[in-house]
Design a protein around this ligand. Structure first.
Ligand SMILES: [Zn+2]
Ligand SMILES: [Zn+2]
Length: 331
């Protein structure tokens, strides 16, 4: 009897040691706070005047995490905005494309989602990058108490997130029992960052990586970012990769600047998609390429090329007209 009890105790002790070792060495998979991406995003309208849509859609991923999207009828960019709530602070990632609070009550919506009906925590408003479709709502937050809006210039991003070694370092935001890693991802924009939420395993990729056009200003920087990110996520659990826009339908067709997105594909990309990104950007010619469903484009260069083309065409037309005029006159 006594021998059996000792054996039982030993087994329990052994099991608890095993569990402790396992929880230390295994990835945080089992500890991730889960959520749902069961949501149908508003598809906009063929006629937004006849069929106006609510300005903003809110999807509750879990109790402490919200995904907001500005309506296609309010802005064809229809950017996504993320709200992460910690114990002592909340974080908003991006503020969308519409400044006017009457047309787009973003700050009001965010405050209403904070705990205790808006008796709010300190709020940090940060961005993936400085393009206007990701920071036009900043002024709505700027006037509120207990709100810090982090500017999008490189110096502010480095200083505020503690990234001394740009772009190789990793910054951090502590929301109180919820740490967010800030990962430099220049390429689409020089001070672009992505965010990794250790609590949910969500990776917020902004315009660096999204289901649609990958607009690349600096190919070398973008490829280096893709490789660094792949290395960063190599040993991490990633539940979903969430970008700044959706520009594809279910069949892989790209939506270009339209306010109607029928059969839009889901927002979320996977860890595997992220790991494949370096292979997608590798060998990009710096102008335009189609890789799978992704359109890689350097918009600045394409615009310059179109501008030069237009000037050459104009010169050719003028020279032809002049020679025709001369011939007519000599007759
Ligand atoms: Zn952008
Ligand atoms: Zn954007």
């Amino acid at each position: 009897m006594t021998k059996l009890r000792v054996c039982g105790r030993l087994r329990k002790l052994w099991l608890s040691v095993l569990l402790t070792v396992w929880s230390t060495i295994s990835p945080a998979h089992s500890q991730l706070v889960s959520g749902t991406m069961e949501v149908h995003w508003n598809e906009g309208s063929e006629d937004c005047v006849k069929n106006p849509q609510p300005p903003i859609q809110v999807h509750q991923y879990n109790a402490q995490t919200f995904i907001l999207r500005e309506s296609l009828c309010a802005t064809y960019e229809a950017p996504f905005i993320y709200l992460l709530i910690g114990k002592t602070k909340a974080l908003v990632i991006d503020t969308g494309a519409v400044a006017d609070a009457k047309a787009m009550p973003l700050a009001q919506t965010v405050i209403s989602l904070l705990p205790n009906g808006g008796s709010r925590l300190p709020l940090m408003v940060a961005h993936t990058h400085g393009h206007l479709d990701h920071r036009s709502g900043d002024d709505q937050f700027g006037a509120l108490p207990d709100v810090e809006v982090v500017p999008t210039d490189l110096e502010s991003v480095k200083t505020r997130f503690g990234i001394a070694d740009w772009p190789s370092g990793i910054g951090h935001i502590d929301l109180g029992d919820r740490v967010i890693d800030v990962i430099p991802t220049p390429g689409h924009y020089s001070s672009h960052v992505a965010y990794y939420d250790r609590e949910t395993g969500l990776f917020f990729s902004g315009d660096f990586f999204l289901p649609g056009r990958l607009l690349i200003e600096d190919t070398d920087a973008d490829l280096a970012s893709a490789r660094r990110v792949a290395k960063f996520v190599e040993r991490l659990p990633i539940t979903y990769v969430l970008g700044g826009h959706i520009e594809l339908d279910e069949s892989g067709k790209t939506f270009f600047g339209t306010r109607y997105h029928p059969n839009e594909r889901p927002l979320q990309l996977t860890r595997q998609d992220l790991l494949e990104l370096p292979g997608i950007v590798e060998g990009f010619n710096g102008f335009y390429a189609k890789r799978g469903v992704y359109l890689l484009m350097n918009q600045n260069r394409i615009l310059i090329l179109l501008g030069v083309g237009a000037v050459i065409l104009l010169v050719v037309i003028i020279l032809t007209m002049r020679s025709l005029w001369r011939r007519l006159r000599s007759r």
